[in-house]
Every structure is written in structure tokens, then in C-alpha cells.
Design a protein around this ligand. Structure first.
Ligand SMILES: [Zn+2]
Length: 132
């Protein structure tokens, strides 16, 4: 996979191979938050090192990005049924994790990281129950 991406990006590049690989490393590191080097990619490209699982996954994300897909779509999100009260459209990709409201037990997504209850009403009711 790294060979086809390399050839797709750099087959007409006037720069040297290590300069191209350095640029490719930058692209991959932006996606993965890794610190891969041109030397590492060169070793993978010539077959002397096996690519890590993370590199393979990142190459796939980059390949899909080059195909015009967003990096989120390239992660193959799973379709689920969700209900939106904030005008989200069908097909939106939710990047947050769901939490369960301790009062009404509904599962919800969104709000600040420390948001615990689905609504203010649930927060109020839950506290009232514990006080009585
Ligand atoms: Zn609730």
C-alpha cells in the first residue's frame, strides 16, 4: 500500500526520494500523531521493515483522503440509529462517546466532558431524590 501511495503522490516529483518520504512522513504524522521519519518509511518501502498496524491504518486513512473522503469517513464509521434535538442531519458522524444519564437512564452524546445529566431537569430531580 505504501508503494502505491508513494507512486501516486511522487511519480512525477522532481525532488529526491528522501525529500518525498519526508513530506509523506509529515502527512502521515499529521493524521496519526506519530513521529515517523523518512528513514522509517524508506525501510518499509524497500521491504526491510514490516509496517506497523498503525502505519497501515494511517496509510489507509491517507489513501481515502486522497480519494476525496474525509479522514472521519475513512475510519469506516458504523451506522447506528440516533435521535437529534440539535438539527443534526442524517449521516452526521458523531465523534463523541455516549453517556448514560444517572436519573432517566437515557443514553446521550454531547455537552462538556463533565456533563453528567441529559438535562437540567434530570440533574435537579436526581439531587432531590438523594436529599429526601
Ligand atoms: Zn436524564
Amino acid at each position: 500500500m505504501i508503494r502505491s501511495i508513494y507512486e501516486y503522490l511522487y511519480s512525477n516529483s522532481p525532488k529526491g526520494k528522501m525529500a518525498n518520504l519526508s513530506e509523506l512522513a509529515d502527512l502521515l504524522n499529521q493524521i496519526s500523531k506519530e513521529t515517523w521519519t523518512a528513514k522509517y518509511l524508506s525501510s518499509v518501502l524497500n521491504g526491510s521493515l514490516k509496517p506497523s498496524d498503525k502505519l497501515l491504518k494511517t496509510l489507509k486513512v491517507l489513501a481515502n483522503k486522497l480519494d476525496g473522503q474525509s479522514p472521519l469517513q475513512a475510519l469506516n464509521p458504523r451506522a447506528i440509529t440516533a435521535y437529534s434535538i440539535n438539527g443534526n442531519e442524517d449521516g452526521v458522524i458523531i465523534v463523541d462517546h455516549s453517556k448514560q444519564c444517572p436519573h432517566c437512564l437515557v443514553w446521550f452524546v454531547g455537552g462538556p466532558w463533565n456533563k453528567k445529566y441529559c438535562t437540567r431537569e434530570c440533574k435537579r430531580e436526581f439531587r432531590k431524590e438523594w436529599k429526601s
